[in-house]
Design a protein around this ligand. Structure first.
Ligand code: HEC
Ligand code: HEC
Length: 462
């Protein structure tokens, strides 16, 4: 909140008392390591193509610009691991569609048992259970599990690890989190539910709909029509992927499980027959796949090798479905066992190339660089949060007309800077003001300029 004061004498009192809110007038250059909450990125009202129908946002946790911004800070904050070395983004990297090129990702105490998953269009997945083996019952439920994992982030509360309650205590002592949680939730309390809600909002906000496939889909009436912007090879691959099997039909039947246009996994899928494990042995419980969008970049480079084992090239994936192992692995989905026998697609080399070309059309470009999903911390790991305190800023002129009292509402115990400006561009610190036990900010100012604008700002570096 900001108030304008013009000390043109005769009009002084009336101008002083009319508060001018100037959010849109302020434009702070987006800067590395600076998060300006008066100039939020758009997370809540992104354009979603008309043909996308699925949305797993639960009641009560719609994406808001503020909530997703808090989620972004948490996602990139290494302090969410017990020794300040690992953040969600260590294993979910924007440059690789929020996956990891390493087969197993490195956490605070070793490496993960499965390959990291891309976090692309998680919001549009019909299957609401997350992880390869679907052990999380919702995205909200998922988000705090890595924090409580002994290997990943280490707040497990077992075997000598600190507990999640210890993380809450740690975060509650950080001023910018008090300010951020208060802005999002109305008070500064940090709870597991609030951490889950904001992280889930951020993950759900990550969307990728600028692929060649989307450009083509926008020009036709359905998913099966040939796309005018596709090469003959890409359309042939699309047919193989999309067609249902039948007499005389060449089909790879992928779409029964990876359903267009989201390319998410069907909720009732069982195993696809990939039953290896990174450390050796077998792992037959994996029935979820991330969306097949952005498995690679548009140049064909994979965003990490594929499957929960993280060791399949694209050609190896196609070869796997071409010849499902016999005898069939445990938990194999019946759709990969036509007439009771492990699937034999008998794809030709040309058909394999067509499928590969088609899968490459599912890759977008903007999600890899869009600043709203990028690291808000600077190279040294510092972050400044610029925010105005909640509520109306009020100015009361004293009888002598040379002084006034300014009040606003902040977070109890937090120190804000009262800043003033004559032109709304250059701001100078006027006073440090600490909110009292009930959050009230109050200070007396001198009225001595032609034009004076005031704002309270909370700004910090770790
Ligand atoms: C040490 C590496 C590591 C860290 C840190 C990590 N993840 Fe993951 N993430 C993984 C791996 C590996 C999987 C797959 C694990 C499995 O299925 O058993 C995964 C899976 C997920 C999924 C499931 C995606 C899907 O489609 O089912 C989500 C969502 C996710 N992580 C979000 C997060 C968030 C949020 C954080 C931070 C609080 C985080 N991850 C921290 C490695 C990591
Ligand atoms: C019976 C359902 C089913 C069918 C049919 C199916 N898949 Fe899958 N797919 C899955 C499951 C389940 C996974 C995750 C398996 C795992 O990693 O354990 C998966 C994983 C994948 C992955 C790896 C995704 C990643 O993020 O690593 C690719 C690529 C893929 N499938 C492509 C295809 C193609 C191409 C076809 C058609 C030839 C196909 N699938 C047919 C169920 C299916």
């Amino acid at each position: 909140m900001m108030a304008q004061m013009k000390s043109v004498k005769p009009k002084l009192r009336s101008v002083l008392l009319s508060l001018v809110v100037l959010w849109s007038g302020v434009s702070v250059l987006a800067q590395d390591g600076v998060l300006d909450l008066s100039d939020l990125a758009n997370y809540a009202n992104q354009t979603v193509p008309a043909y996308i129908n699925r949305d797993n946002t639960p009641n009560g946790n719609d994406i808001t610009d503020l909530g997703a911004t808090l989620g972004r800070v948490l996602f990139y904050d290494k302090r969410l691991s017990f020794n300040d070395t690992i953040s969600c983004a260590s294993c979910h990297q924007q440059a690789h569609a929020f996956s990891d090129l390493d087969r197993a990702s490195t956490g605070v105490a070793g490496t993960t048992g499965r390959h990291s998953m891309r976090l692309i269009n998680a919001r549009f997945a019909d299957e609401q259970r997350f992880f390869w083996d679907e052990r999380a019952t919702s995205l909200e439920d998922q988000t705090t599990q890595p924090i409580q994992d002994h290997i990943e982030m280490g707040f497990s509360g077992t075997g000598g690890d600190p507990s999640f309650a210890d993380l809450i205590t740690k975060l509650s002592a950080i001023e910018e989190y008090q300010v951020l949680f208060a802005m999002v939730f109305g008070d500064a309390a940090i709870t597991e539910t609030r951490v889950q809600q904001s992280l889930a909002q951020f993950v759900r906000s990550i969307q990728s709909f600028d692929s060649k496939w989307d450009l083509g889909r926008a020009q036709v009436n359905d998913d099966v029509a040939p796309f005018p912007n596709f090469t003959a090879q890409e359309n042939a691959g699309k047919d193989l992927f999309m067609r249902r099997p039948g007499p005389g039909v060449r089909s790879a039947n992928c779409v029964v499980c990876h359903r267009a246009p989201e390319f998410d996994i069907t909720p009732n899928s069982l195993s696809n027959g990939v039953v290896g494990a990174i450390g050796g042995g077998t792992d037959t419980t994996n029935t979820r796949s991330p969306s097949l969008r952005d498995i690679m970049k548009t140049d064909g480079t994979l965003n990490g090798e594929l499957m929960h084992t993280g060791d399949f090239t694209l050609r190896e994936v196609i070869d796997h479905y071409n010849t499902i192992p016999n005898p069939p692995p445990p938990n194999l989905d019946n759709r990969l066992r036509p007439r009771g026998q492990p699937q034999r697609l008998n794809l030709t080399e040309t058909e394999k190339l067509n499928l590969e070309a088609f899968l490459r059309t599912l890759s977008g470009t903007s999600v890899y660089t869009d600043p709203r999903w990028s690291d808000p911390f600077d190279a040294q790991g510092n972050l400044s949060v610029i925010t105005m305190p909640d509520g109306q800023l009020a100015i009361t002129l004293l009888p002598d007309q040379t002084q006034a009292d300014i009040t606003a509402r902040g977070v109890p115990g937090i120190t804000y800077q009262l800043q003033q400006s004559a032109d709304l561009e250059t701001w100078t610190d006027t006073a440090d003001v600490t909110a009292n036990g009930s959050g009230a900010l109050s200070t007396r100012i001198t009225v001595d300029q032609e034009r004076q604008f005031f704002r309270f700002v909370f700004q910090t570096s770790e």
